[in-house]
Design a protein around this ligand. Sequence first.
Ligand SMILES: Cc1cc2nc3c(=O)[nH]c(=O)nc-3n(C[C@H](O)[C@H](O)[C@H](O)COP(=O)(O)OP(=O)(O)OC[C@H]3O[C@@H](n4cnc5c(N)ncnc54)[C@H](O)[C@@H]3O)c2cc1C
Length: 459
Amino acid sequence: MKSDIIIIGGGAAGLMAAYGAAKANFGAKIIILEKMPRPGRKILFTGKGRCNFTNAKPWNEFSKHIRTNPNFVKPSFYNFTPDDMINFLETNGLETVVERGDRAFPYSHRASDVLDTIVETVLRQGVTLLTEREVEEIRPGYEVRCSNGETFSAPKLIIATGGLSYPMTGSSGDGYKWAGFLGHKIISCFPSLTALVPRGYKVSDGREPEMKGHINRETPMTGAGEALKGAKLKNINLTVTYDGGVTETEFGDIDFTDGGIEGPIGFQVSRKCVKTLLNGGKVAFSLDLKPGVPLEELSDRVKTLWNEIRNDPRTRQAKDGRGINGKEMYRILLGKLMPWDLIPGFQTWNPDILKISAKKNSQRRFYDVNLDLLAKTLKDWKFDIAGFVGYERCVITAGGVSTDEVVAKTMESKLREGLYFCGEILDMDCDTGGYNLQCAFSTGFLAGQSAAKSLSQND
Ligand SMILES: Cc1cc2nc3c(=O)[nH]c(=O)nc-3n(C[C@H](O)[C@H](O)[C@H](O)COP(=O)(O)OP(=O)(O)OC[C@H]3O[C@@H](n4cnc5c(N)ncnc54)[C@H](O)[C@@H]3O)c2cc1C
């Protein structure tokens, strides 16, 4: 089948490329080839199903959240800004809302509403969307062959096949292979915005993984990991030490999940952690659960709380006047210092704080709480990081088609006329907060627009 523009991949970038092309050249024959039964499957998973589709910050702030070569993204950003994306959804019937940190969501908080609005709008422009078309081969010129034997040809080809993360959504890195075949340099890929796994959190099978440091999300958890799973820590300091030297501190929230340590500041540091671990380096975490209180003051506070608990009449009168033991008092103390759901994990990972002893020939146990060590641990809870969750559940793929060989003002290949790249397949990754989708939308829109404009120039 012949057309004017073929777009491979019906994700965020590919769909927006189709829209950009149709807007620039209404009537051009545009085909999207998508291998999954439905387009944009990954969008449904974004923002925990709520789809944080953009970030409304102006460029000078937005660009600080692009981890690789923000200057490359600049022309596409100005050509299709976060405001343009918000207007696009609003004018096509979807109400949106900008929340804390300039993060934009659909007002319904349903990712499917974003996807449906984009797909319906693209189809209204006369674009042909063919699903269950897995492209297997590309020939210069351009001719594209699908796994069902169908072939398509067009003078303009846009590759928008995404990266390697969440392969169940269809993103399995096929585009890198073709880009390489067409002469493009691929910057080594690695998972980013991913869970970091403390040593002792998952059961180790002793086997060396294919990717150094990779610990599959499915790996069973240890009892210690289970004890921490589900705890969420707010307003803490996370200090990361790379190879025993350079340190970095982030303030914010982390979550302990079935994967490891995640949440906003866990993700924030994950890129550098993964890179270090991949290169055989060491990563260590220190959590400060009380960043606003100096150690000395915290030690005094812990001791005061302990005395209050010990002298509390309820402590003495409990258990029919026998009083409660040191172990139970310790739990009460921890309850005053941290969220309840963290207590089992904190105790499991820091067994030295509570010393248990028994006198010879006696059933009675004696409990001694090391209050100084407790205060110290609250300020400096150490974790050795054993590895990271890989592409199976990371949010973004770092690395990809080198942006040195793509024209930032058009997204066209510098090596091959009529070939364009957009979205996650490019060596372009950002922090969480709506930046990644906006970069996919902006580069997609520009790729489609440029391909369509150059069609009319060639006419
Ligand atoms: C769990 C999760 C949550 C996220 N949350 C957010 C968020 O809230 N905000 C944000 O900004 N970003 C978020 N992201 C990142 C964001 O989803 C991506 O940056 C974005 O989807 C990239 O778009 P893309 O079109 O380049 O690639 P993709 O969305 O991966 O689309 C690529 C498409 O190409 C198709 N394809 C691949 N190979 C072939 C082939 N051979 N033939 C035909 N079709 C093919 C795939 O099926 C897929 O549909 C999240 C990512 C994940 C995994």
